[in-house]
Design a protein around this ligand. Structure first.
Ligand code: 5GP
Ligand code: ZN
Length: 114
């Protein structure tokens, strides 16, 4: 847990969030500024800064977050089209430095993303 990290503070319950899923390794909650009818953030409970800071020891956790996203998409009935996204670095719009996988779906998604 990093005291100055927004998502660690959500994990600890200090900052409220709409929980979607939780287990021993991962936590998922509704994005506060949704960009699609489903916009859920899946985070590891371990404080990892982002994809480019992740190491080989985090490989299983990265894959696990993808599987949690797939499970939520199945539960929400959006398997006809959804996207999982890591924004990496400032040019891609990364604004929170605790690894988070965006799950977006429930509407037509354009390609390539902006
Ligand atoms: P990024 O831009 O780093 O890829 O994604 C950060 C995401 O976190 C954004 O989509 C933003 O709307 C969301 N976010 C920022 N602050 C909060 C918050 O306090 N609560 C929730 N639920 N989402 C947040
Ligand atoms: Zn954190």
């Amino acid at each position: 847990m990093a005291n100055d990290c927004l998502f660690c503070r959500i994990l600890s319950g200090e900052i409220p969030a709409k929980k979607v899923y939780e287990d021993d390794r991962a936590f998922a909650f509704e994005d506060i500024n949704p960009q699609a009818p489903t916009h859920v953030l899946i985070i590891p409970k371990k404080h990892v800064i982002g994809l480019k800071e992740a190491g080989e020891a985090d490989a299983e956790l990265l894959g696990y977050c993808q599987l949690v996203a797939a499970k939520i998409a199945r539960q929400r009935g959006i398997e006809d089209g959804y996207r999982t996204v890591y924004n990496v670095g400032p040019k891609a719009g990364q604004s929170v430095f605790h690894l988070h996988l965006h799950l977006l779906g429930g509407r037509d998604l354009r390609w390539p993303p902006g």
